[in-house]
Design a protein around this ligand. Structure first.
Ligand SMILES: Cc1cc2nc3c(=O)[nH]c(=O)nc-3n(C[C@H](O)[C@H](O)[C@H](O)COP(=O)(O)OP(=O)(O)OC[C@H]3O[C@@H](n4cnc5c(N)ncnc54)[C@H](O)[C@@H]3O)c2cc1C
Length: 397
């Protein structure tokens, strides 16, 4: 089959717009029709929101739809589903799972969260202790354990979950990956308040949660390989966001510099220029990474991008608070809220400064990402590990 061309894609977009004029079509109806036309993520297979087209052609579709005033699928609100659950389901899911989950995920009718981290298993995620035990007779899995730092658990309908299914095996081998219904009996979500004052993430307690075997993703005991697909995509989706020139965190700092000349000093000017250039280099590097991705799954390069994103966000938001002097110390609202998304640029400098602290922790800490770059990109010797062959149940805790 010959690959679809940009012109053929544009014809499809125009047909979609003619059949479902955005001005007269409900948001969700338009998005469902877009998915069914294969224009959601064009590189996905036909019938699953795509056309098997080169990923680079997505930009052609997006630009045409944006110019026509079509609604988007609010990707920032459904980031975990789009950036992490979807590519993992596509890579490891059964046909039934792909048909069941991808459309409502993309349309945003079902929000997803990630039940990976645990109180004793963050950077060392493979040490996790949440248990999934198979019930004889039904073949269902019964899950017990605690997860933590679960962004969006309070709005999520589904979760990607990893749990231990064989404690007698070494820690990376006895893990299985599941799709967990967040409305199932036994799932309890409790807010965790952050340094920003908001509770954007949660603790999640799982008590006797029943998961049918049809919601297992990948083979029993192969969950670590499945989770690595999620984690590599997570780093790209955090670090590789598409931004306009002078977009993202550098935008409000540059605006403050232009609009408030009284704040200027030579030293601050030098720092702003340096960070502006670094932000632009990071933006273009992310663009290159996205183009490389068109050729396959993300590799460890995404870790470098995520590292840069975290470092720059913290430096830029620090400069902004300094630049604004006393105004930089104002904080708009400490009311405990449970937001649906992280809004970096629509908020004040104090919020950006505090929220950016989490950037070097979420999605893998900077220290761990440096290890990945050292070992898997630069080929330096691996960290010594003495727990690779020990059964998980025998590990010191
Ligand atoms: C804003 C935010 C949102 C999050 N959202 C989610 C979510 O939705 N779902 C989810 O599952 N998790 C989520 N997390 C959790 C996040 O992935 C973990 O916090 C992270 O992996 C670090 O784990 P930890 O907190 O247990 O720290 P630890 O693993 O205890 O690490 C503590 C420190 O030790 C360092 N360290 C540990 N091991 C090494 C090593 N071998 N070499 C060098 N340094 C090391 C770490 O880098 C870190 O600085 C979120 C975290 C944040 C901050």
């Amino acid at each position: 089959m010959t690959a679809i061309t940009a012109d053929q894609l544009l014809t499809r977009v125009r047909d979609l717009l003619a059949a479902h004029p955005p001005a007269d079509t409900g948001r969700a109806d338009f998005l469902r029709a877009r998915f069914d036309a294969g224009l959601a993520w064009v590189h996905y297979p036909q019938g699953l929101g795509g056309l098997g087209a080169p990923r680079s052609l997505q930009a052609v579709v997006d630009a045409e739809l944006e110019a026509a005033g079509a609604p988007d699928n609010e990707p920032r609100r459904i980031g975990i589903g789009l950036g992490m659950a979807a590519p993992t389901i596509l890579a490891y899911g059964t046909e039934e799972q792909k048909q069941r989950f991808l459309r409502p995920l993309w349309v945003g009718e079902e929000v997803w969260c990630q039940l990976f981290s645990e109180p004793g298993a963050g950077s060392d995620l493979a040490a996790l202790g949440t248990r999934a035990v198979r019930e004889s007779g039904t073949g269902d899995w019964i899950v017990d354990g605690q997860k933590v730092w679960t962004s969006s658990a309070h709005t999520a309908r589904w979760a990607i979950l990893i749990a231990r299914t064989d404690p007698a095996l070494p820690k990376h081998q006895g893990i299985t990956y599941f799709l967990c219904d967040m409305h199932a009996p036994g799932v309890e979500v409790r807010p965790l308040r952050q340094i920003t004052g908001e509770a954007e993430f949660n603790e999640v307690f799982l008590t006797g949660v029943r998961i049918p075997d049809s919601h297992r993703l990948g083979a029993v005991g192969q969950g670590w390989a499945v989770a690595r697909t999620t984690l590599m995509n997570e780093r790209v989706s955090i670090g590789g966001m598409r931004l306009p020139r002078e977009g993202g965190m550098i935008a409000p700092v540059a605006a403050a510099w232009r609009e408030r000349p009284a704040l200027r000093t030579h030293a601050l000017h030098q720092r702003l220029l340096q960070l502006w250039v670094q932000a632009e280099v990071a933006r273009l590097t992310a663009e290159r990474l996205r183009q490389q991705l068109a050729a396959g799954q993300p590799g460890p390069e995404g870790s470098g991008m995520k590292l840069t994103f975290a470092r720059l966000n913290q430096e830029i938001s620090g400069l902004e608070v300094e630049l604004l002097g006393e105004d930089g110390l104002l904080y708009e609202d400490w009311t405990m809220r449970r937001p649906e998304l992280v809004d970096f640029t629509g908020r004040d400098a104090g919020y950006r400064y505090l929220r950016a602290k989490g950037n070097s922790i979420e999605g893998g800490t900077s220290e761990i990402l440096l290890n990945i770059v050292a070992e898997r990109v630069l080929g330096l010797p691996a960290e010594p590990r003495d727990d690779k062959d020990l059964a998980w149940k025998d590990l010191a805790r």
